[in-house]
Design a protein around this ligand. Sequence first.
Ligand code: G3P
Ligand code: CA
Length: 268
Amino acid sequence: PAQAGAGSPHRSPVPVAHRGASGYAPENTLAAVDKADRLGIDWVENDVQRTKDGELIVIHDTTLSRTTDVEQRFPDRAPWKVSDFTAKEIRTLDAGSWFDAEYKGAKVPTQKEYLDRVSRNGQRLLLELKAPELYPGIERQTLKELRREGWLDRRHTRNKLIIQSFNADTVKKVHDYKPQVKTGFLGNPKVEELASYAKFSDQINPRHAAVTKDYVDAIHAVKGPRHRPLEVFTWTVDDASTAKRVADAGVDGIISNKPDIIRDATAK
Ligand code: G3P
Ligand code: CA
């Protein structure tokens, strides 16, 4: 499978299935992980948050409303925040029907279930700590769970796991607690600021509108915590022409809801 190759003009960018292959199956479910696998996509991205009773689960929004039937099931519990529901309650929700009746009964996975499935499929994980400011201590908790599930051994830290966040303090904490784990900062810092991010982040992951060849070159010119050039994974690209544009700019990875389209558009 393709590897991220920072700065290599000869490699196609790695396609990453955003929230799983979420253009084809409900986002952040095991069905979306499996769909990516069936498409031959080995990197999946997910979003990790925490329930009321302290369980790590995989969901994007900080409320349950958009991607589950929580409002019908628990009408008195507005505003339906993830952190106001126990894992057992969330377990009873339907996280598939909103996407398509075919997925009725799909669950919001726990992070542990998600890791098991990604492992079983032989895939790799770009794990996003989503809204970590709402969940004090989630950095240590996530690393602890990853260790318990066998995800911090050399085989995984070498090329199967990246932890990213929009929150720079969180990325720094992950790096400080477990320097062997590869990290990414979601955003587009100014070129003058890259060196300070490079102390704790292996990747700078900007939205595609912020990607230019000059910016990617400037990122690649900075060495990260492993003394290797910083990498660039950009998001969220679902069309062939944008994929070609960011690939020509030299990005190392493209995060997409339809990663098969990206792979086909950027194949060399
Ligand atoms: O992986 C990048 C991308 O997921 C960041 O945005 O809102 O989809 O989590 P969002
Ligand atoms: Ca995300």
